[in-house]
Ligand binder design. Sequence first.
Ligand SMILES: NC(=O)c1ccc[n+]([C@@H]2O[C@H](COP(=O)([O-])OP(=O)(O)OC[C@H]3O[C@@H](n4cnc5c(N)ncnc54)[C@H](OP(=O)(O)O)[C@@H]3O)[C@@H](O)[C@H]2O)c1
Length: 302
Amino acid sequence: MLDCLSSEAIRLVDSSECAERIGKGQATRYGGTAREACRAGHMLRKGVRVFGSVRQAADADRLQKQLGTERFTALQFDVTDEKAVQQAAEKVRSALQGRKLTALINNAGIGQIEPTAVCSLDKAKRVIDTNLTGTLICAQAFLPLLGTDSTLTGPPGRIVQMSSVLGEAPVPYQAVYSAAKHGLEALTACLRRELAPYGVKLVSIRPGPVSSEFWDKIDWTQYQGTPWERGMKNTTDLVSNSMKTAVSCEAVAGAVYLAVTEPNPRSVYHVISWDGRVAFKLLSSLPPWLVDFFWIRTLGRP
Ligand SMILES: NC(=O)c1ccc[n+]([C@@H]2O[C@H](COP(=O)([O-])OP(=O)(O)OC[C@H]3O[C@@H](n4cnc5c(N)ncnc54)[C@H](OP(=O)(O)O)[C@@H]3O)[C@@H](O)[C@H]2O)c1
């Protein structure tokens, strides 16, 4: 039996059906909107036990009712709360009864779209805390269960990090989010190398735009009447356009499922439309002056 901890249960639980529908290695091509059809219990029926974390008690109750108690355990914690994460790790340890955990999926994340020069520092700290520090807190708490505790039995586990294509090519007006995801990529690469002797594998998932509630939670302050008005307007137009080719949550969940179950997972899974993949490949590999030129032309001057 596989035992996984996800920082957002439904995404992981959705994934098995996606993996089944799209077949091995096809995650990036899946663009359908079969979310309704993706029954949350599917992965559970395949024999995977899921410890899914949420922040609100109401969400924990709802998921527990929806998914049953046999193979799904809701845990309640904020990824930035060290004590709460540690307590959750203890609960998972006692549930596993001496066995290792198969995978930790660090999915929690929030965005920020603002001019960097004047952005809210409180928001910026929350973005770094959630997307970067939170994953370190979770990794440290669950690493003994994944493989560094030699008293536990079973094969070593994996850590699946929900990064972004902004983790390989930073995007203006999303500087803090880009920095957090770049930091996550660095953390992931170093952990992969440090944990190799324990057999613990690290996998980074890099989605492009995804149709999810992520964008609804961003405060789209327009900065009207400020020198940043044009840049922000062009940025919001760019994001709206990119959402036309957004991938589904199920596609991302499919990649997570592959990262957890493939015998030899890749270090990185991209989940993005082909044209988005080409654009981000260019943005991350062209000379900086050319990328600067592109962004200055695209976003305009005040
Ligand atoms: N949407 C995109 O276009 C996109 C693209 C690339 C990468 N990503 C990444 O994908 C991941 C999932 O995002 P999503 O698109 O599925 O957005 P989402 O629907 O907003 O999901 C984000 C999840 O993270 C949880 N969360 C936020 N802060 C948390 C904290 N401090 N502690 C614990 N949980 C926390 C949220 O919980 P609540 O429900 O309690 O708020 C929510 O369940 C993020 O890491 C994001 O950076 C998203």
